[in-house]
Write a protein of this length. Structure first.
Length: 254
């Protein structure tokens, strides 16, 4: 088991709050009067729809592999976890972009010269958008700079480079030498076309590894391994927080 009893309790408690947080924010946005139809669409059909998907993805992952898991997931279960993690990351990114579109559409934000902001330049941290925010909201967004950068890294890796995945196991440092020796013997078995030996050595090699509930993208890029139960809850809570701050910003400028 990867998590301590205290961590498991916190994760379970955090998971139990998701539906309430989602529903509370949903009601807040449903109760807000939008003057612009495009802003309303991004709120109702974009942000709130994605919010529901985020909760569903977390529910699925916690069901497939609870934090208190006793056995590692099967290959099919790992694939299902990866599917939900990938959908989650895309919709976190999309939810934040929906908030930017809500603001730009509702407030009629334009470039400095008064022309329409290009589609690719709409985002909470894009210059033409951020300059229209209050000082308070810009200061808040700055406190979340590292989170935005992490999200952009994972989203771009997922969309354009190496997709997020859950490693089947990790090899402790103390067993690296033994693992490499087996790797060398596997290569020799393939060279000799001794496939029975190859399968046996592969099984011995797999036995050296231990499963960890981690997600990552590229080894070559040195991407960090992140415990996905913890990160998904944290990301959802951040999306909710940014959504609440945006609603306050909309109300501040009425």
């Amino acid at each position: 088991m990867y998590y301590s009893p205290e961590q498991i309790k916190k994760l379970q408690e955090g998971h139990a709050t998701l539906h309430g947080k989602r529903d509370e924010l949903l009601l807040q946005y449903l109760g807000h009067h939008f003057n612009n139809s495009r802003a309303q669409e991004h709120a109702m059909q974009g942000f709130l729809r994605r919010l529901k998907i985020l909760v569903r993805c977390i529910d699925n992952v916690f069901e497939i592999l609870p934090p208190s898991y006793a056995d590692p997931p099967t290959d099919d279960e790992r694939s299902d976890i990866e599917i939900n993690i990938q959908a989650f990351v895309f919709n976190v990114f999309g939810a934040i972009d929906n908030l930017a579109w809500i603001w730009v559409s509702e407030k009629g934000v334009t470039k400095k010269d008064g022309t329409e902001i290009p589609l690719t330049s709409v985002g909470l941290r894009k210059k033409d958008v951020s300059r229209s925010f209050s000082q308070e909201f810009r200061a808040y967004l700055n406190t979340r700079r590292e989170w935005f950068e992490y999200q952009e890294n994972y989203r771009h890796a997922l969309g354009h480079r190496i997709p997020l995945y859950v490693p089947p196991y990790t090899v402790p440092k103390a067993k690296h030498v033994a693992y490499q020796e087996l790797e060398d013997r596997k290569a020799e078995a393939i060279k000799n076309q001794d496939y029975d030996a190859y399968d046996r050595l592969s099984s011995e090699q797999d036995a050296l590894g231990v499963f960890r509930p981690w997600m990552k993208h590229s080894y070559e890029e040195g991407s960090k391994t992140v415990p996905f139960h913890i990160q998904m809850l944290a990301d959802f809570n951040t999306v909710v927080e940014v959504g609440q701050k945006m609603l306050a910003e909309l109300n501040r400028n009425i």
